[in-house]
Design a protein around this ligand. Structure first.
Ligand code: PMP
Length: 431
């Protein structure tokens, strides 16, 4: 039964039982209308209310300022790897186009202008279009590979490859002074700087926002928070874009949440025309990943899975209610405490366990460790012993091996789940 199982999977991850119980009711009959939530129109007042409530709860939890918008999309975290490139490269090009047109417009006739602008843009794209990636684990690596696939590797600047100083493996984040960021320039700099706040597979989490990405003249900063969303306080203003799939920390699979600065949307910023992008050999993104289109339509450009938004809204409203004025701090405290307990136990028995990432970047969400020096038999028997105790989903990702306990990641109505960590801790102590 559900109560006998303690599931540590990284995502999809466990959801609060009360939310699932209520979900099973609304699937059959929403608000006593005789039809279920998956059957109501995404354009109905009910759907709009569900959307508004989910937005309000997220705004409340993360203190999202008025000059930010919240979008709900499909396509998962991976969809936003691509969307970030499409949208921010397009904005970069359009800014350059407007500047070139202004500067060249005085000296030439209208007919010549277009050709001159295009010529200048071709040169600028060739020489200056850069997308900076901080590669600290397999998800930021994937995002950087998607950027290279879309715009060409020559435009992707891997400002940090964390494997280099760590024997070819992820598990460290080098000092910022070692990063090779594209220099900031007036009206220039990289089209984006990208990082993954918590690397789900490698158990590496940024301890704090990188100070080299701060400042009024900072380029657009994009952060993937799929696996540590709403688990700690975030100064949203430091980011241009924060995104994450819902299935790990917020809800069930099906929606991706994007928080973005409104200045990336019209009228302040516009995307380049498809014709111009084509002329520059740059990709034209699919309309369903086009942030301005999604924002203009209140995330209802096409059919949004409203049930998924409802689940996310229930989980987030539950947190708002659970912690009241302390909002995210309460969730942060629980996440920190649970992680601390497990790491302390692992560190206490160095002959049995070895934590994979460096101490300075250990994830509070995904605790990756080896048993018996990584001996395959010992790890197998560790997992079998865990399973006997109802502790499931502890097998590490196949690319890293070993054990991964994603016990700390879920923002939920806390108490029964803090209990998972206690059970794991008890088991670790028997070895
Ligand atoms: N980013 C991170 C940090 C992830 O953990 C994942 C999923 N494991 C993804 C992106 C990809 O998300 P999706 O499967 O929703 O595309």
């Amino acid at each position: 039964a559900r109560d006998d199982v303690h599931y540590f999977g990284a995502g999809p991850a466990p959801l609060p039982t009360p939310v699932l119980e209520e979900a099973s009711k609304v699937l059959l009959n929403y608000k006593d209308k005789g039809i279920g939530i998956c059957e109501i129109s995404h354009r109905s007042p009910d759907a709009n209310e569900i959307l508004a409530q989910a937005k309000a709860a997220l705004t409340n939890l993360l203190d999202i300022p008025d000059d930010y918008d919240i979008l709900f999309l499909q396509g998962g975290g991976s969809g936003e790897f691509s969307a970030a490139v499409y949208n921010l490269v397009s904005i970069w090009v359009e800014k350059r186009r407007a500047k070139a047109e202004k500067e060249l417009g005085e000296s030439v006739s209208e007919g010549e202008l277009k050709a001159k602008v295009l010529e200048r843009l071709r040169k600028e794209v060739d020489e200056e279009l850069k997308l900076d990636y901080l590669v600290t684990g397999s998800w930021s690596l994937k995002a950087s590979q998607e950027a290279a696939r879309l715009v060409g590797a020559q435009h992707v600047n891997v400002a940090l490859d964390a494997r280099k100083a760590n024997g070819g493996k992820f598990g460290q984040i080098a000092a910022e002074s070692e990063w090779n960021l594209t220099p900031r320039k007036q009206n220039g700099g990289p089209a984006l700087v990208y990082f993954c706040d918590n690397e789900t597979v490698d158990g590496v989490e940024f301890p704090a926002f990188p100070s080299s990405l701060e400042g009024d003249d900072a380029p657009p900063v994009v952060a993937d928070m799929s696996s540590n969303f709403i688990s700690r306080k975030v100064d949203v203003r430091k980011y241009s874009v924060i995104f994450g799939g819902a299935q790990k920390n917020i809800g069930n699979t099906g929606i991706t949440i994007v928080i973005l600065r409104k200045s990336l949307l019209p009228p302040q910023s516009t995307l380049a025309s498809p014709e111009l992008l084509r002329a520059l050999n740059l990709p034209v993104g699919p309309i369903v990943l086009d942030w301005p289109t999604i924002a203009k339509n209140n995330s209802l450009y096409n059919t949004l899975p409203i049930f998924d938004v409802w689940v996310a809204g229930q989980v987030m409203s539950g947190l708002v209610q659970a912690y009241g004025a302390r909002k995210i701090e309460g969730q942060e405290e629980i996440s920190n405490d649970k992680a601390k307990m497990i790491y302390e136990t692992l560190d206490k028995y160095p002959n049995v366990f070895r934590v994979v990432p460096d101490k300075s970047v250990r994830s509070r969400m995904n605790i990756c460790f080896r048993v018996g020096g990584g001996d395959a038999e010992k790890e197998k028997s560790f997992l079998a012993g865990a399973e006997k105790r109802g502790l499931l989903g502890l097998k590490g990702h196949r690319s890293v091996g070993g054990i991964r306990a994603s016990n700390c990641k879920l923002p939920r109505h806390a108490s029964p789940h803090a209990h998972y960590a206690l059970l794991l801790d008890k088991y670790l102590r028997t070895l």
